[in-house]
Design a protein around this ligand. Structure first.
Ligand SMILES: *Cc1c(COP(=O)(O)O)cnc(C)c1O
Length: 419
């Protein structure tokens, strides 16, 4: 449990509303399985045996606690002290497993035999397939046909771990199709199947439950910074797609008024273009995917290709608690462009010998903007949500594009080289 679970500022009401955001906006057939899930979660969340079981999995399967690493050369570069929360060192290379382990253990406690999940870029599908294998549960991963083609190594990983990949063929044959078809399958099999959602989004109880399982990040980080530096950080920051690694870091610090928090979104090619995923920076509240939250209207962005360089941040909504924290002003949200992200990515590689995920590099790109605004003994925690080995192809592609652009003398390219 987190100390913040007693803080009324951080708890949704019993219908899952954080202020006006969140809730449960679903067709009637989804109500009973979501009610059953809410009851199961609330029961086991408070069960010390369940907590101990999860703690064992975090330690022995995932390799937690992850280090809070004082990046000295990177600190020197930025002009203030930077601590990286190394979620990239989890099994499978990202924070996603924290949530998947929690929910899979819950599924088993609830007597479910099968896990259903949808995946876009495939990372959540891989983490879900892994925990299903670990616990001996049957597993169906729904994936848009188009995404299966684009993300074929993840399809292979999922199959290797014994899960079935179900191609979603409706509509745009990407994430929306996969969500629709996976939910349909869950309603049909709710008696025996568990729906495992990958971020702090969707209808109640998912935003609350996924936060609960990801808040291990901030719980560890807070204890580690107190132990290593004997004080709280001045600022903590994380990238936000759906918002689970960000809320996972922030949650435990929400009661510490002296700690500034910044969530970083993907501005893609720029927030004034039609290729970005900067939900809180540019969007407005509406109902999407079963919740009320800020989202980017359909006609504001193009649906061809990706909106930003990091597939894991390419989501038109955001967790409802982030909408609430934006309005209340407790958390500040900023957006950084692909170009800024690539530069920050390369800087960390070169100065620390750590290849960060392009998603995580959004938080690094924001830190670059703090240069000159903080004094030398300021303490900043950056959540390194994942490792970047998966992003080598994307990086090489962008590098080639950039070289081509600068050779052709395209203005705005070829400056501020990132390698
Ligand atoms: C999936 C992913 C994200 C985005 O998801 P959140 O729910 O916003 O945390 C960020 N970083 C990495 C490495 C990811 O794999």
């Amino acid at each position: 449990m987190s100390s913040q679970d007693q803080n009324p500022q951080t708890m949704p009401d019993e219908k899952g509303f954080f202020g006006p955001y969140g809730g449960r906006f679903v067709p009637p057939p989804l109500e009973p399985p979501l009610e059953e899930l809410t009851a199961g979660f609330l029961k086991y969340r408070a069960d010390p045996e369940f907590e101990a079981e999860l703690a064992r999995e975090y330690q022995h399967y995932s390799g937690r606690p992850t280090p809070l690493y004082h990046a000295e050369r990177y600190s020197e570069h930025l002009g203030f002290r930077v601590l990286l929360k190394r979620e990239d060192l989890n099994h499978l290379g990202a924070h996603k497993l924290n949530n998947c382990l929690g929910q899979a253990l819950l599924a088993r406690r609830m007597g479910k035999k099968k896990i259903i999940a949808e995946t876009g870029a495939g990372q959540h599908g891989v983490a879900t397939a892994a925990v299903a294998a670990r616990l001996g549960l049957e597993c169906d991963i729904y994936m848009g046909e188009e995404d299966m083609r684009r993300q074929s190594p993840n399809v292979t990983r999922i199959r290797l771990m014994g899960a079935r990949v179900v191609p979603a063929t409706s509509g745009d044959r990407t994430l929306t199709a996969a969500v629709d078809e996976a939910i349909g399958a869950w309603v049909a099999e709710a008696e025996t199947a568990y729906y495992l959602l990958g971020s702090v989004v969707g209808p109640h109880p998912y935003p609350l439950m996924v936060r609960h399982f990801q808040s291990v990040i901030g719980r560890e980080a807070r204890a580690q910074v107190l132990e290593q530096f004997d004080r709280l950080p001045d600022l903590i920051t994380a990238c936000a797609g759906g918002g689970s690694n960000a809320i996972g870091l922030f949650h435990e610090f929400l009661g510490d008024d002296s700690v500034r928090m910044v969530g970083v979104e993907a501005a893609g090619s720029g927030v004034d273009t039609d290729r970005h995923a900067a939900t809180l920076t540019t969007g407005k509240p509406a109902v999407i995917h079963g919740m009320n939250t800020y989202c980017i209207p359909d006609d504001a962005v193009t649906h061809e290709g990706s909106h930003c360089i990091a597939a894991g941040l390419d989501y038109p909504g955001i967790g409802p608690e982030h909408s609430y924290l934006k309005d209340s002003g407790r958390v500040q949200y900023e957006a950084v462009t692909d170009t800024e992200v690539l530069a920050a990515f390369a800087t960390l590689c070169r100065l620390e010998g750590i290849i960060p995920a392009l998603e995580s590099s959004h938080a690094l790109a924001y830190a670059e903007k703090l240069k000159g605004t903080l004094d030398a003994d300021s303490l900043v925690i950056i959540n390194l949500s994942g490792r970047g080995d998966k992003d080598m192809d994307e990086f090489m592609l962008r590098l080639a594009e950039k070289d081509a652009a600068s050779a052709a003398g395209v203005p705005g390219h070829g400056k501020g080289a990132f390698c």
